[in-house]
Design a protein around this ligand. Structure first.
Ligand code: NAG
Length: 240
């Protein structure tokens, strides 16, 4: 009897050792996926933000789609998109300061900084601007990618148009503006939407731009609050 138990126990331990070895081999053959941050300088919207997302598309994306469909049909969302729509339509008209120049056109490569959940991206797409890149500190796929606004992962002169409606809340305005004008080409435009401000305050903001000149500022009502729209044109060759 004792011997039978001994044999039985031996068999169990041999069996366990085999299972353990098999598990170890299977881990060696199929190592757990390791994620690397992934960022395309050209159009981060179209790419996953880490290599892991290549493997796990279907499920997360279908729930994300549902979540977005809900969000995008709320009246708060639609009102905000509509407010941006009006701002961008205005930017598409020929401007009186530089005749025959539009601040924004369908073919403008556009950058939105601190774009939040992406209402302005949707507004730009709706008016026909197809090449829109949007970033914020937190991503909001598929409209907004994650990037540091103070160290933009884009080349110099990569864009024709840069926009932000969050300039009021940035912690380092000088750095923010420097990155904005670095990434916009000569002849391109930067548009800031800020809390309604005086001419003096507009000039102070304009002076943060080392390569840009003020081409227009006007007050408007945006989503029920008073705002000032400041348009800068990038002109000077970089001086550093
Ligand atoms: C820009 O795109 C919009 C929307 O697709 C279109 O209605 C409009 O005609 C386009 N404008 C130009 C100048 O191509």
């Amino acid at each position: 009897m004792d011997k039978n138990i001994q044999v039985f126990l031996n068999k169990i331990s041999l069996f366990s050792a085999i299972i353990a070895t098999l598990v170890l081999f299977s881990i060696l053959i199929h190592p757990p996926e390791t994620c690397f941050p992934y960022f395309s300088p050209h159009n981060p919207l179209k790419f996953p933000s880490s290599t892991c997302e290549f493997h796990h598309h279907p499920r997360p994306f279908s729930t994300l789609e549902k979540k977005n469909r809900r969000l995008w049909s709320t009246s708060a969302w639609l009102n905000k998109v509509n407010s941006f729509f009006i701002v961008f339509m205005d930017a598409k008209k020929h401007n009186s300061v530089i005749p025959s120049t539009t601040i924004l056109s369908n073919s403008s490569k556009s950058l939105c900084l601190l774009a939040g959940a992406g209402q302005e991206v949707m507004a730009l797409q709706q008016i026909g601007v197809s090449d829109v890149t949007a970033i914020d500190l937190v991503d909001s796929p598929p409209l907004v990618s994650r990037a540091d606004p103070y160290y933009l992962p884009f080349f110099d002169d990569a864009f024709d148009f840069a926009f932000s409606a969050q300039f009021d809340i940035v912690l380092f305005p000088t750095r923010f503006v420097a990155e904005m004008e670095r990434t916009v080409r000569i002849g391109g435009f930067c548009l800031l939407l800020v809390e309604e401000c005086t001419n003096k305050e507009v000039r102070d903001i304009a002076q943060l731009f080392k390569r840009g000149i003020l081409v227009g500022a006007n007050n408007l009502t945006f989503s029920g609050s008073k705002k000032t729209r400041i348009v800068m044109r990038i002109t000077n060759v970089r001086s550093y």
